[in-house]
Design a protein around this ligand. Structure first.
Ligand code: ADP
Length: 430
């Protein structure tokens, strides 16, 4: 999942309480705020704001749901509504003038997550008189991270490995051997004049792990991950061209990098299919920069394009020396679905047996990995609703089945058929 897709929350500390937050990897608040905290889920991004000196400290990720008294003795028991967090920036980076930089964001009050919509008390800016320390759950865009100077810190994605991608064994093996291995034995690869890096296209229905794979590759080769998707570039306030220019300029300093181009069909389509005027402006700039990268064989850069609509891509872009490694990232098969269910249940209390998990996986034929993630998330909410605050709450097969009933497949058979037809015509699948 991209940073911009993650929900974020703020929590506040003071000079007095900060040290304990950092040392324990724990954020805490007063008990009456627990209902606000419970919408936070694992993976949401947490910002810790020190209101005594107006600093944002590091960027964290929730390491599980909020609970009461995870560490009862923390802060002398004053803040029992707690959430475990992991630092995701390289260090406890401190960003000053937090109130200024977060202006606008703190005024954001309403958040919807599925049926959970709740109001966060309006809070113009925080200050020493702040009483409500939970500033809520919200979404930020890529600009927010770059504005805070966090883009660099978040450039690496340490949390994903190819092993975390379920199924797709053939694709993963090929990527290990052909894409990752040359980076690992750079010297031999250079001696043999192997082309290291270059372009690849991951195509397949939405929610099947394409972004996950791109991030994992960056992690394996310890490369900076740079998102150049249209939604990021075009969503950037100010000129998209300037943003692109900055990115490519910055690349010169990077020893190695992974450029990720999601929704690639918008850039790699035939020129006459280009409808938006911004795209018409930005595409030539991006293509000429990519052309330079593809020609420069000494610079280890991988450009990963991802698309759900390969049919829209102009085949000129798929010629050797451009996006010439093509991988079909299909819907998970039954074994992969078992794996994804287990991954999603990992670290959550549940009482599902192996046989039940297999049965669920069978039932989920045609569902994407992202759908399965959503189902388990929904099941967790159902479990949560069934018995408030009880520590023995578990996800059961009943919750899962109810969640499946509520969740339609996000990918139609027609969509899959059309992608596979395209792949078959190119002998990419049988
Ligand atoms: P895509 O880029 O193909 O649209 P993503 O890589 O963003 O999809 O996947 C969305 C989410 O779905 C991931 O964060 C992950 O939780 C889950 N997911 C999808 N496919 C897989 C998979 N093969 N293995 C594990 N998780 C998966």
């Amino acid at each position: 999942m991209k940073w911009v897709d993650r929900a974020c929350f703020f929590m506040i500390c003071t000079n007095e309480t900060e040290k304990e937050c950092l040392e324990r990897g724990l954020f805490g608040d007063q008990e009456w705020l627990f209902p606000y905290l419970k919408v936070i889920k694992r993976g949401d991004i947490g910002f810790l704001i020190n209101v005594s000196n107006d600093e944002i400290i590091g960027v964290f990720e929730a390491d599980g749901p909020a609970m009461l008294n995870i560490v009862p003795e923390a802060w002398g028991g004053r803040f029992p509504a707690q959430i475990k967090v992991k630092l995701i920036t390289k260090e406890h980076k401190r960003i000053d003038s937090a109130s200024l930089k977060l202006k606008g964001i703190l005024e954001l009050r309403e958040v919807k997550r599925d049926k959970f919509a709740y109001k966060i008390p309006k809070q113009k800016a925080y200050g020493p008189d702040v009483t409500n320390k939970v500033l809520g759950l919200f979404r930020v865009d890529d600009y927010f991270y770059s504005n805070l100077g966090l883009y660099d810190d978040l450039g690496l994605f340490p949390q994903y490995k190819l092993e975390d991608v379920a199924g797709l064994e053939e694709v993963k093996n090929f990527i290990y051997q052909r894409v990752i291995a040359p980076f690992e034995d750079w010297e031999l690869a250079s001696k043999l004049r192997l082309r290291v890096g270059g372009g690849m296209l991951l195509f397949g229905p939405p929610g099947t792990g394409k972004t996950l794979i791109a991030m994992a590759i960056a992690n394996h080769i310890q490369a900076k991950f740079i998102d150049i998707s249209p939604s990021v570039i075009i969503g950037y306030p100010g000129e998209a061209e300037k943003r692109l220019e900055n990115i490519f300029h910055g690349l010169e300093k990077e020893p190695r990098a992974v450029l990720f181009l999601d929704e690639a069909e918008w850039i790699l389509c035939r020129r006459e299919d280009q409808t938006s005027s911004v795209m018409q402006r930005v595409t030539p700039v991006l293509l000429s920069q990519l052309g330079r990268i593809f020609k420069n064989k000494n610079k280890p850069i991988i450009v990963i394009a991802a698309t759900n609509k390969p049919q829209m891509i102009d085949s000129a872009f798929l010629r050797p020396g451009r996006f010439d490694k093509l991988f079909y990232i299909g819907l998970p098969d039954e074994d992969a679905r078992v794996e994804i269910i287990k991954m999603q249940l990992r670290d959550r209390p549940h009482d599902l047996t192996e046989a039940q998990i297999k049965k669920v996986a069978k039932r989920l034929e045609g569902y994407s990995g992202a759908d399965i993630e959503q189902i388990i998330e929904e099941a967790a909410f159902l479990a949560f609703e069934s018995k408030d605050y009880d520590n023995d709450v578990k996800i059961t097969i009943k919750h899962i089945n109810e969640a499946i009933d509520k969740t339609p497949k996000s990918v139609s058979e027609e969509e899959v058929r059309s992608i596979e037809e395209w792949a078959r015509m190119r002998n990419l699948i049988e």
